[in-house]
Design a protein around this ligand. Structure first.
Ligand SMILES: NC(=O)c1ccc[n+]([C@@H]2O[C@H](COP(=O)([O-])OP(=O)(O)OC[C@H]3O[C@@H](n4cnc5c(N)ncnc54)[C@H](OP(=O)(O)O)[C@@H]3O)[C@@H](O)[C@H]2O)c1
Length: 290
């Protein structure tokens, strides 16, 4: 794998625009400055965020932020065709044809006002994906200098193996957290480490702030003592749990709140004791490991 250029904590841009906080261009500019000053230099996009509008808003903000392009890493994803105001489509589907890949990347570059993406991810696996055609398109984009590296998102190990016959993805961005811990047990993360692929974890806080269920309650109860022991907040413990994994995965943060972004970095300093890691796992799973 090439040298890893991405910051350990990645800022997810999905909630910056109309799908979330509806930040103004000036607020986005401040958010970019704020993240970069903290050392969070990698930004995770997808063409469809905000109904295909958020990349362009970020691009406008980035242009005025006065930050050199080589100080940041821009990640984007493509392949999901979603009906919305910007695209009159009959339904949601996946398109990984050579024509659509080229079109999508050129669109993303134009929107982000940049000449290249540091990483292009295929957003979701399609049953109709053709590895040979993907390899050809990606090689062309690499050669054109429009992308620096290539990866996938939400791919299973067997889907990656299929693709690897033709081209080797460097990253897989997957859903992974204390409440969505299956990738640590079902071979997903082991496969990536075995093949020297990097792991990015989306929704790193899982369902903790989204669901009021018995799992959340067990985790809250478990965290009470741990918060005091490690002198930290709940979201920091959730991140520290993920960061302890030897795959050295990169959490992709969803919050747009500056204070929460800043505090996430402190999670890098928390080294959970082994038994505390398993206590949290037990709280999530509802029982001890077998
Ligand atoms: N590859 C894919 O298929 C895929 C899919 C989904 C997402 N993603 C990427 O992953 C990123 C993160 O996803 P996510 O938003 O689900 O991740 P997350 O970091 O797990 O955040 C989830 C939510 O938790 C809330 N939160 C954080 N700290 C909190 C606290 N202390 N108290 C209460 N609420 C708190 C945040 O709300 P506030 O904003 O109010 O803080 C945020 O909306 C996205 O931006 C996107 O880049 C990728």
């Amino acid at each position: 794998m090439q040298m890893n250029p991405f910051s350990r904590i990645i800022s997810g841009v999905m909630n910056w625009g109309s799908w979330g906080a509806r930040l103004s261009i000036q607020q986005m500019e401040r958010q970019i400055d704020f993240c970069v000053a903290l050392g969070i230099t990698s930004f995770d996009h997808a063409d469809l965020y905000g109904g295909y509008t958020t990349e362009a808003e970020f691009g406008r903000a980035f242009r005025t932020a006065g930050i050199n392009r080589d100080q940041v890493q821009l990640i984007s994803k493509c392949g999901i065709q979603m009906p919305c105001e910007a695209r009159a489509l009959p339904l949601k589907y996946y398109d990984y044809s050579a024509k659509h890949l080229q079109y999508s990347i050129e669109n993303s570059l134009k929107a982000l006002k940049t000449d290249y993406l540091d990483l292009l991810l295929l957003h979701r696996p399609s049953p109709l994906l053709e590895p040979e055609s993907i390899a050809e398109s990606v090689q062309k984009l690499l050669k054109q200098g429009k992308i620096k590296s290539f990866g996938v998102s939400n791919f299973t190990p067997s889907q990656i193996a299929w693709l690897q016959n033709e081209i080797k993805p460097a990253w897989n961005q997957i859903e992974c957290s204390l409440t969505h811990e299956a990738p640590f047990f079902d071979g997903s993360v082991d496969y990536l480490s075995a093949h020297k692929m990097g792991v990015m974890a989306w929704s790193p806080l899982g369902s903790y702030y989204k669901l009021q269920d018995s799992k959340t309650k067990r985790i809250t109860d478990c965290m009470r003592a741990l918060k005091a022991k490690y002198n930290c907040a709940e979201d920091q413990l959730l991140l520290a749990w993920l960061l302890k994994h030897p795959s050295k995965l990169h959490p992709v943060l969803g919050t747009t709140k500056p204070e929460r972004i800043k505090k996430s970095l402190e999670a890098l300093e928390i080294n959970l004791e082994l038994t505390d890691w398993f206590l949290l796992l037990k709280a999530s799973q509802g029982e001890e490991v077998p």
